[in-house]
Design a binder for this molecule. Sequence first.
Ligand SMILES: [Zn+2]
Ligand SMILES: [Zn+2]
Length: 236
Amino acid sequence: MRGLFQNTLLNIVFPKFCLNCKKEGDYLCQDCQGLTGILEYRFCLCEKASRLIKEEKCNRCRRNRRLDGLYFALPYQNAIVKNLIRQFKYEPFAQELADTITSLIINHFQLLGKEMKNFSEFLLIPVPLTRRRLRWRGFNQAEEISKKLAGFLDASLTNNILMKIKETQHQADLSGKDRWENVKGVFAVSNREKIKNKNILLMDDVYTTGATMEECAKSLKENGARSVWGIVAARG
Ligand SMILES: [Zn+2]
Ligand SMILES: [Zn+2]
C-alpha cells in the first residue's frame, strides 16, 4: 500500500514522460515499446540465430566460451533502446526504469515461447559492482532488473555470492582486446557451497564483447557451478 501511495504521489509530483515521444504516462509508451525491435528468437553468443544451431551454442562457441548460452531481448543499436539503457544508468529515476526494461525482457521471453529454457531451480545472480561503485551509484542496475525478473523466471535471486573485488575502467572506454584484460581476475565467489553443482543465470544490462560475463562464468565454474547462462536486456 505504501508503495502504491508513493507511486501515485511520485506521478503527481514527477509525471512520467515517454523517453522517446515525450507523451505523458510512462517512461516508454506502448507505441514506442513497439519500436524497440524486441527479438523473437534466441541467438548464440556469437549472434548466430539459435534456429541455425542444434545445440545450445555453436561449435565455435562451445570451444571458446564458458557461458553456456545467452538470452538478450533487445538490439542495443536501436536508438530507443540505447537511450533507455543510458538513462537507466545515470538518471535519478533509474530504479523505476528497471520496470520498463524488465517488461521488455518478459515480452521477449513470451515471444520465444517454447524456445525459452525452464529456469526454475536456477540461481539468478546479477553481475556485481564493487562496493565502492555501488555506494557511489546507489544501486546496481543488473540487480534491479533481477529483482523484478526473478518471479517471472521462477529463479532464486542470489546476491553477495559473486563479488567484484577490483575496480575496473569503464568497458565502454576500451577497445575489444583491452576489455578482456580489464576484467581479468576481478570477480570472486564468497561461498562455494552455495553454488556447488548449481545452474546459474547471470544477469547484466548490456552485452558487448561478452568479456565481463565470460569472466563471471569462469569464476563461477571454477568454484563449482554446473552451468552458467547469461541474460541481458540488450546486446551491442
Ligand atoms: Zn512514446
Ligand atoms: Zn556461437
